[in-house]
Design a protein around this ligand. Sequence first.
Ligand code: NAD
Length: 443
Amino acid sequence: MKITIFGTGYVGLVTGACLADVGHEVLCMDVDEGKIERLKNGQIPIYEPGLAGIVSHTVEAGRLSFTTNVEEAVAHGVLQFIAVGTPPDEDGSADLQYVTAVARSIGQFMDGYKVVIDKSTVPVGTADKVRAAVQAELDRRGLDHDFDVVSNPEFLKEGAAIQDFMKPDRIVVGTDSEKAAELLQEVYYPFNRSRDRMVFMDIRSAELTKYAANAMLATKISFMNEIANLAERLGADVEAVRQGIGSDPRIGYHFIYPGCGYGGSCFPKDVQALARTASGVGYDAKLLNAVESVNYAQKHVLFDKVSHYFQGNLDGKVVALWGLAFKPNTDDMREASSRTLMEDLWKAGAKVQAFDPEAMEETQRIYGDRDDLVLCGTKEQALKGADVLVICTEWKEFRSPDFELVASALREPVVFDGRNLYEPEMLDRYDLIYYAIGRGTNQ
Ligand code: NAD
């Protein structure tokens, strides 16, 4: 099938590449000329395991191509996926300007039936706005083409996006059109061979499903962080508690890891946007607001621990930082806990020597050159001349470091671990003082 995707970010590019991989003819459109130029030259603008290989072989096979030309993009596919960003507005609600811009473009150039598919995460009621924007352009042109608007939220996880797209837990489709439903079934057939992955529902429920999923996951994290903070004050070990509760199948082990807060481009903005949606309909979403405020505080917990260790005097201290990306296997730094930590440290006069396996370029892009940030080529280099070590992202390569080297390289033998990667006894053996999240009173 001929498919157009608007937006070649994490979602758009992965969607385009995976749909082309199973045989569809995909044209990806983006307003970012630099991005499209790089993609045309075979460069992948983001780090996502497995993506580069799929992009290169589908491009070679002629099934995946890129453009900045809107007219060409609208003409290409009967199916028009919208996968542009929906960043938070000033008040935390989702900014729909990019989504409606695409909808207007579709209305401006469509010359026959189209299915407009919202893959971006958008508040309930957005499909109506998309429909109105397309229709307004058609009216302006004096045309009466038929079209459907579908909500098809995306659930992929950065770092495992290809796997998630190829083997989805579910494919949610919100539509009131049988014709659109059949077309979506055909598009997704290769990913739904067992015929039990597609969940059809009305549009508003589909829109809400995405927010409910992310809000639930964020709630699990904030809940565990609250228990971790309690554990610290009560002399308990949250890791033991995690094991103890996860064994109950009603709770389960997934997504109950305490840490230095959630980040990324989705949870923070989606929890906020859902809370704003709630207040827009006169409902005070107390739980969602609490999830957000627990997370906000949790992102400062590592700084508080470092500051406490140095009795509030961080001026001139050098902090080695392992992990900058908001989670492993991505270079995405949006809302990353490392950013909160670095900014807190800088404000207090400390210097950061940082290493991340993938997010170095992104860090450089965000912060540029500054005296209080040194980007190091390896995790070992980051330790040289540093006072203490802080870990913000649970990359595999941080799991079993050379502790002897860590102990000898640091001026003070102290490790602050925002992801609970180690057992306290393990570090004890190397005479390293260990501060983790929610592990006993010595925190
Ligand atoms: P992104 O910021 O990585 O990419 C968005 C892209 O859209 C950019 O390349 C931008 O240049 C482009 N764009 C903006 N306006 C455009 C226009 N008018 N026409 C064409 N392209 C345009 O965003 P993302 O992370 O891929 O997220 C996209 C959407 O998917 C968001 O709503 C997000 O909440 C949702 N989502 C993201 C993830 C994730 O893990 N990143 C997962 C599920 C859902």
